[in-house]
Design a protein around this ligand. Structure first.
Ligand SMILES: Cc1cc2nc3c(=O)[nH]c(=O)nc-3n(C[C@H](O)[C@H](O)[C@H](O)COP(=O)(O)O)c2cc1C
Length: 232
């Protein structure tokens, strides 16, 4: 499906919008049945860690995880590194997004339940009680259900607002897919810095996860990422 407006018109429009910085915001639906409490995370530790070049030197995928849980402090640091707010005045994040759409939501799966990361409240909002970690992977990757934390990256095209409607769906989705890549790399670098294991995964059971998370048609599951301490 090709763009409906001439490239020039879209380009002018984009520059205009780019200049004013950002578009609409549809909040995800909370569906927890009350048997899972929200978690207010401790303030993230936003200093320290390995120097960047060393973290880049140590960045790698690893699929061997210890079952040991991550503390709420480490979870807070990890999620802030991934896509936290690093400029409270503007609400802008540790990872870029086209036109500052901030269209990516991070769902956090632990043995207790599935949560939605709320960066502005630094909290985990309850979505589904129970251990659904295996739903974030596929039968080909049994290690997924052992990893203490599985992150699921969901983009919401409803947040791309008017611009998202005038540009081609391919362009809009390409921007959102790229935005998820930046977030995943932040997680890789944080894990390299903290000695954690992680692997990003394209092989995800999107159908059952879409049902579990009650996602709207505008929401797409892009990737998942397992995180945990290295297996002993
Ligand atoms: C978009 C994307 C999807 C991936 N999907 C999977 C996956 O489903 N399962 C898996 O075990 N690794 C997956 N990987 C990890 C790659 O296998 C890994 O990055 C590659 O082997 C290079 O290894 P390195 O990350 O240690 O440099 C994926 C990587 C990317 C960038």
């Amino acid at each position: 499906m090709r763009a409906r407006y001439s490239q020039c018109a879209v380009a002018t429009f984009l520059i205009l919008i780019w200049a004013v910085g950002g578009c609409g915001s549809a909040k995800p639906l909370l569906i927890s049945d009350g048997s899972l409490d929200a978690i207010r995370l401790p303030a993230p530790r936003t200093t320290g860690g390995k120097p960047l070049m060393e973290a880049l030197g140590d960045r790698q995928s690893s699929r061997d995880f210890s079952p040991a849980s991550l503390s709420e402090q480490v979870l807070s640091d990890l999620l802030w590194a991934a896509f936290g707010i690093n400029r409270p005045d503007s609400g802008k994040r540790t990872a870029p997004s086209a036109l500052n759409w901030q269209e990516t939501d991070i769902y956090v799966f632990t043995h207790q339940g599935a949560y939605l990361y709320d960066a502005s409240e630094n909290a985990l909002l309850p979505i589904a009680a129970g251990d659904h970690r295996s739903a974030t992977g596929s039968a080909l990757q049994p290690y997924v259900k052992k990893a203490p934390v599985n992150l699921v990256y969901v983009v919401d095209s409803a947040r791309s607002g008017i611009v998202g409607r005038v540009m081609s769906t391919e362009d809009r989705d390409m921007f959102s897919d790229a935005a998820v890549g930046f977030i995943s790399q932040n997680v890789y670098l944080y894990c390299a810095s903290e000695g954690l294991s992680t692997v990003v995964r394209g092989m995800v059971d999107r159908e059952s996860l879409t049902t579990l998370l009650s996602l709207r048609p505008e929401q797409r599951i892009i990737l998942a990422q397992s995180v945990g301490y290295p297996a002993e």
